[in-house]
Every structure is written in C-alpha cells, then in structure tokens.
Design a protein around this ligand. Structure first.
Ligand SMILES: [Zn+2]
Length: 332
C-alpha cells in the first residue's frame, strides 16, 4: 500500500508513515536489523519534462526538510495543507517526529512519479543516514505551482532478501484471535505488506477487525478516536498452536492512538516455541494483559494476552509472525 495509496488515502502501518492531507502517524513493528538489499532502479534520463520538473521540485523540498527550512516548506503548502498545518510551528512539529527515525538520506536511490487528474506525487527513495534502511519520502503536489498537498515518509522500501524466501511452514496454525479479522498488512510484496522490506519480519502480518481499519481511516480524517473505540483493543490473543513460552514482555505502556513508543519496537509480546521447532511471535500486546510467563506450556487456542497498542504502533492490531530459530535471535 505505501507505493500505491493516493494522496488522501489513509496510509498506515509502516514503521514511519506520516502524511498530511490526513495527518496521522501510524506505525507498527520492529526496527529493521539489516539492510533490505534489493537492486535499486536508477534515475532515468528519458523522463517526460513535466516529471523532471516535479522531481526537481521534490528534491528541493526534501533538501529543505532535512536542512530544517520548515518556514520555506510551510510557505509552499497548498490551501489544503494549510488547513492541516495552520502555522509554521505545526509543520516543524511534524518534522520533529520524522527526524529521530530518518534524519536524512545517506544517498538517494531513485525517484518515481505518479499522477492523477489533480495531483502529482514524487517518491524519493534513499538509504537512511542513521540505520542504512531504505526509506522513501513522498511529496504530493499540485501540478501547476508545485504547492505541497501532502507529505509522507516511510521505511517501506524494497522486499528484503532472505535465505528463507521459499520457506514452507511446518506448524499447523489456528487463528490467534476470535471473530472475523482482516489481514491489514500481509503478503509477499512490499505493496501488500510493508514487513516484507525487512529480513527479520519478511513474512509477518498485521491483523485487525475490518471495523478497526475503518476507525483508522476516520482517525486519519481528524476524528478523535480512542483506544477503547477499537474492537480489537483488549480482545483475547490466542496461542496459534501448542508450545512453550520462551520469551515475553508485559511492561510497555499502550500508546494513545496516533502515538508510538520510540524504542520498544514490538511492545509487549509472547514468543511460543512449537514442537516443529518454529516459533510464533505475537506483538503489540496490551500492557499487563499477559496470561503466560516464560517456561509455560500452552495449548492451541489458549489466551496468552490481549490485543493492544504497545511499541512502535499507533493503532491497536496484532502483529503475527511465524519465525525460525535463526530469526528468533533478531527478536529483542
Ligand atoms: Zn506488524
């Protein structure tokens, strides 16, 4: 979704996704532990002139953004952007949220341009200066005057290369929740599943009831939404298969909607070792909700905790990953 959502769609659940139009910071999951290694496209020299102009302007905006020229950027906002950021200070606050994760690009890898009838979007992909991860910044502009209608920054880059890309899970799993939920992020490509950009969570998924995904959209439109509005918040998280609890954490506070913890990537979690040798990782659990402790044996379907909003996540959901021993080493 990060590569395809339109300017005013809700853009959710990358480690860092910020957008104006809707402004909501919605994030999940873990800091990448290794560089997503993928071949990067190179800058084309045969682009349409209109695209070249848009890219050139986006490059200026990116430079301003990282150089701290917030007043200049604010002056370039469209009326719609101004409604969201009525003062230069409010724009500067947005920047202050981005910089701890993405202080700048070590180098830019590529640009891409997309358009609709009224807007032009430029994605600028690059290697983050702090952690070597592939990020993009996205400038959505009015084609005529290049006023900024929307901005986003995300670490959802390219699919990570892993030694287990054709891995076949051995554990027979049951669903780790009750009722009908959707796979919000899941699948083999980064567009379907931003986790795919990171080797250590290449096949992870984010799960929530469909009604909660609607709430996220409403929150992105500026509506006040509370944690307790989410159907999944506090709902049981179940062991997907029998096994032994080998790691857990239960002390990370739940974030208010739209906020995230700066360091506790997965928040509260339970890791269950199955007899197959594989492990289930259940993350972002509600603080104080764990029903198990390290060393406990659990049966499939047993409640291990509750769905929450702890860690690097801004809206309640369940992060699930079936992981191998080797990958477990990457788990905090
Ligand atoms: Zn996740």
């Amino acid at each position: 979704m990060p590569n395809t959502y339109s300017a005013f769609f809700w853009s959710v659940f990358a480690r860092l996704v910020l957008a104006i139009g809707p402004l909501l910071v919605l994030t999940t999951c873990a800091a990448p532990l290794q560089l997503a290694s993928a071949t990067s496209p190179t800058r084309s020299v045969t682009r349409p002139i209109a695209d070249q102009a848009a890219i050139a302007r986006a490059q200026v905006y990116t430079n301003w953004f990282f150089a701290g020229k917030s007043d200049s950027l604010w002056a370039a906002l469209s009326p719609r952007g101004r409604r969201r950021f009525p003062t230069p200070g409010s724009w500067a606050a947005l920047r202050a949220q981005v910089l701890p994760v993405l202080p700048g690009f070590e180098r830019v890898l590529s640009d891409s341009v997309s358009r609709n009838d009224t807007l032009v979007s430029v994605y600028q992909y690059g290697i983050g200066a702090r952690d070597g991860v592939t990020y993009y910044v996205k400038w959505v502009m009015r084609p005529g005057n290049f006023q900024i209608s929307s901005f986003a920054a995300s670490d959802a880059g390219w699919v990570a290369q892993t030694p287990v890309s054709d891995y076949r899970p051995r554990t027979k799993l049951s669903l780790p929740f009750q009722g009908e939920w959707i796979v919000f992020w899941g699948g083999p490509t980064v567009a379907q599943n931003y986790h795919a950009a990171y080797a250590h969570q290449r096949f992870a998924m984010d799960l929530m009831p469909a009604s909660d995904s609607l709430l996220i959209w409403r929150a992105s439109r500026g509506e006040k939404v509370q944690l307790t509005d989410f159907a999944c918040f506090g709902s049981p998280v179940l062991a997907p298969a029998a096994g032994k609890v080998v790691a857990c954490l239960d002390t990370v506070p739940d974030n208010a909607v739209g906020k995230f913890h700066p360091t506790a990537e997965f928040g509260n979690y339970v890791v269950i070792q199955h007899t197959s040798g594989e492990y289930s990782f259940l993350g972002h659990l509600r603080q104080g909700s764990l029903q198990v402790k390290r060393g406990d044996r659990v049966q499939a379907g047993i409640k291990v905790g509750e769905c929450g909003n702890s860690g690097r996540t801004t809206a309640p959901h369940l992060h699930y990953d079936l992981i191998t021993r080797k990958q477990l080493n990457a788990v905090p």
